[in-house]
Write a protein that binds this ligand. Structure first.
Ligand SMILES: O=C(O)CCC(=O)C(=O)O
Length: 393
């Protein structure tokens, strides 16, 4: 009888509990062997059978959706957020989750960014920020952005000419060759493993916790690669200023895939800036020059006096994740280091947030021209990812 129990227990328990009893046919026997009294053995056997039956019943009774939920609940435990993390996110507008990702998750994301860079030229949203800025500031050859359609570089060149905001560059290290700052949006659409992580990984649940929301939508991703010697800074900005959204409840997971140390492209945040409840004009990234015709306030010159804004530069290791609010002011330093700094941002928002046209902000990838203010976002473009739903059969 005890063999039957062991088989039952193994087949019923293993998939749900994550316990590996395989090869442990002997386990039940060993447990039973500790009990010499035949009645003890009998009752123990009944208990094992009952447990196996209960698990078996639970598995078969569980709908696919419930199973997804259970898997995600386990994932949530594995990636548990501490109350302190939630508190920091809410008061500072950003939080660092140290060692949040496993090494296999980091490897997968590295491969995703590498795949994004390999297909960079074919993307409709990719930009070599360095080459574009060289052209805009008249220090390089013209920039042919080939397939990319998100920005009107002619209009940006005029905005740069009319603006008194300089290009933001950290001093290159003597003798170091220049690298490029490469950026692309919507990489998840061409890298399935990234889509899987963004839509079904741990981040939707974490977003729900941080934002205290019942339902979450994946907005999009962006990759940011600062090659060695890419000394372009990322100008201080708020992410919301670039998005056509009627609301601000959202967060961005900035995931470094290489060690990020001083001078190597660290992210910088203005703590508490998400609570200012102000939206500043989006800038062209290589400078505080705003997009032409953009709405919002002029961004203060934070670089001129970072201490008075309490700016915090954050070092990070692969596996760490920095999360910031859509209204948190942030930027990054140039990469004066000797190795590339790869990072990916994944953005999640309140699923109920409607569309709102933001004058002057670049069009989102796959933007539909006929969408009106107040309309819900398109689920096919920005899928709802929390609460999870069962994959279709
Ligand atoms: O990686 C960078 O330089 C900038 C990243 C950023 O601004 C973001 O993820 O929102």
């Amino acid at each position: 009888m005890s063999n039957v129990s062991a088989i039952k227990l193994r087949s019923a328990a293993v998939p749900q509990q994550g316990l590996d009893l395989s090869g442990d046919m002997d386990f039940v026997e060993r447990v039973l062997a500790r009990f010499q009294n035949p009645w003890d053995r009998h009752f123990l056997t009944l208990a094992i059978d009952a447990t196996a039956d209960a698990l078996e019943h639970r598995n078969s009774a569980m709908s696919a959706a419930e199973r997804v939920r259970a898997d995600l609940a386990q994932m949530r435990v594995a990636h548990a957020l501490k109350a302190a993390h939630v508190g920091q996110f809410r008061s500072n507008g950003y939080v660092k989750l140290e060692g949040f990702l496993s090494s296999s998750e980091v490897e997968m994301l590295r491969a995703a960014v590498n795949a994004g860079i390999e297909t960079f030229e074919a993307s409709p949203n990719s930009y070599n920020v360095t080459a574009a800025a060289d052209a805009l500031w008249g220090t390089g050859a013209g920039y042919d952005n080939k397939t990319s359609m998100q920005h009107d570089l002619g209009a940006l060149a005029k905005a740069v000419k009319d603006s008194d905001r300089p290009r933001l560059l950290d001093p290159p290290r003597p003798g170091q060759p220049r690298g490029s700052f490469l950026l692309d949006t919507g990489v998840w659409r061409r890298v399935p493993a990234l889509a899987d992580f963004a839509l079904r990984g741990p981040l939707p649940a974490v977003s729900a916790d941080l934002l205290d929301l019942a339902s979450i939508r994946f907005f999009d991703d962006q990759i940011f690669v600062k090659e060695a010697g890419a000394v372009d800074r990322t100008a201080f900005h708020q992410d919301l200023a670039y998005f056509h959204l009627g609301g601000s409840a959202g967060c961005v997971f900035w995931i470094p895939l290489d060690p990020v140390r001083r001078g190597g492209g660290r992210m910088a945040y203005v703590p508490g800036s998400h609570l200012w409840k102000q939206v500043f004009k989006p800038n062209i990234f290589a400078s505080e020059t705003p997009f032409p015709g953009s709405e919002g306030l002029d961004m203060p010159d934070i670089d001129a006096d970072p201490d008075s804004f309490g700016v915090q530069y954050i070092e990070a290791e692969p596996g760490d994740v920095l999360v910031h609010h859509l209204l948190a002011i942030h930027g990054s330093e140039g990469n004066r280091g000797g190795t590339q700094r790869r990072a990916i941002s994944l953005r999640y928002i309140d699923a109920a947030m409607p569309y709102r046209h933001r004058a002057g902000a670049p069009p989102q990838p796959l933007h539909r021209a006929n969408v009106t203010d107040g309309a819900p976002l398109d689920n096919a473009i920005h899928p709802v990812v929390w609460p999870p739903t069962a994959p279709s059969a």
